[in-house]
Design a protein around this ligand. Structure first.
Ligand code: GLA
Length: 381
């Protein structure tokens, strides 16, 4: 990838760029908890994004996406937003850096990625984090790592229309080879957990379906949670986020809120507890419990939070049928991947069955990705 990028860079802008990279992410458990102030448990992966960048002495950014084989040029003022969706991420990162008092001037860049798009592995966070990290280095802005993650998150909010939480950008900035990271999204305390489950593999099965309107459905889920939290807060003022609420407190407001909001909140409150249970289980090396929690998460995401789909439910059911230790839809949902915790001896039979049965039912093959937990944003020397 580096050679391909450099070849294009040289042809367009000459020599002398610096290389930066960042990563997509997985999440072991803790889905849709981040914007509810709960825990998440992600890690960066070995699929990511790479960019060569050089300052150009002007007030313009010239960018080339190798994957789209497309160029974009834009200024750095608010009214200069480019038309291409991919370029808006870079523009957003520039603007959010400037809003935080950082310096940004014109630069040239060529970039490419290998995070599968629409698979729920956060290719967009990889893009944001690469540029947030790179601009901070190139202009010596001294912005701290959490703020770099927030630059990516605010880019999604203000320039891409997704009211996402902090998980994806956090993972792709803070990711560390071999470790998952448990983050408390309310206090922003985090802890690295070396993750090497002996005798098991983590594998992603990509349904290769991506549903339209995923971002408006995502924003709607978030609104439901905020509604439920606001109703509970009237009785329990200490509830800042939905993750602060107890199940019985939600029961108290059941009649006051739409059934849909109730179901969404029921899922979130359960999920917050499951992350803690998974951490305890990991400390004991009890992967059976970890897996069982993953199935419970899938059930909640499918029936209560309603962000699964037929293809993902099928993959989950097949995993259960084959005694796979844990399986669930991963990320925002509405298509994308399941994440599966599979015993070594079941790995091959499971993937064979997935290929055969999924293809027979849906007429297209799923894709399989082995998970390698890797480093997040960095400069490549
Ligand atoms: C998307 C969002 C994250 C998080 C997940 C669901 O990936 O970007 O902030 O909410 O969905 O856990």
């Amino acid at each position: 990838m580096k050679e391909r990028i450099h070849e294009k860079f040289k042809a367009l802008y000459g020599e002398g760029g610096r290389f930066f990279a960042s990563a997509g992410r997985i999440n072991l458990i803790g889905e849709h908890t981040d914007y509810n102030g709960g825990y998440v448990f992600p890690g960066a992966i070995d699929k990511g994004l790479m960019a060569e960048i050089k300052l150009n002495g002007s007030d313009k950014v010239r960018a080339f996406s190798l994957d789209y084989n497309e160029a974009a040029e834009f200024g750095l003022r608010e009214e200069d937003a480019p038309a291409q969706a991919w370029a808006r991420y870079i523009f957003g990162v520039c603007r959010e850096t400037i809003k935080r008092g950082g310096k940004v001037e014109g630069f040239d860049t060529v970039f490419a990625g290998d995070v599968p798009l629409g698979a729920g592995l956060s290719s967009s966070a990889a893009l944001e984090s690469t540029f947030a990290f790179a601009l901070n280095e190139l202009f010596s802005n001294g912005i701290d790592k959490f703020e770099l993650a927030k630059i990516g998150q605010s880019t999604e909010h203000n320039y891409c229309g997704v009211k996402c939480g902090i998980m994806d950008q956090f993972a792709s900035i803070f990711g560390k080879k071999g470790s998952l990271i448990r983050l408390n999204c309310k206090t922003l305390e985090y802890k690295y957990f070396p993750f090497n489950p002996e005798g098991y593999k983590l594998v992603l099965v990509d349904s290769c379906v991506k549903h339209e309107l995923a971002s408006s459905a995502y924003n709607k889920r978030r609104e439901s949670c905020e509604n439920a939290a606001a109703a509970i807060r009237k009785n329990h003022p200490e509830v800042e986020f939905l993750s602060d609420a107890k199940r019985v407190w939600l029961e108290e407001v059941r009649a006051e809120i739409p059934e849909e909001d109730f179901l969404r909140a029921e899922y979130v409150i359960g999920e917050v507890q499951r992350v803690l249970d998974v951490c305890d289980a990991l400390e004991r090396g009890d992967y059976e419990t970890v897996g069982e929690m993953m199935y419970q998460t899938h059930f909640g995401l499918s029936r209560l939070y309603e962000v699964s789909c037929e293809e993902l439910d099928f993959l989950n059911k097949l995993a259960r049928k084959m005694d796979v230790t844990g399986s669930r839809v991963m990320g925002g949902g509405f298509g994308g991947c399941t994440i599966n915790l599979v015993k070594d001896e079941l790995y091959k039979p499971f993937l064979d069955a997935v290929q055969k049965e999924f293809t027979a039912k849906f007429g297209h093959a799923p894709k399989i990705y082995d998970v390698v937990v890797s480093d997040g944003a960095r400069e490549l020397k």
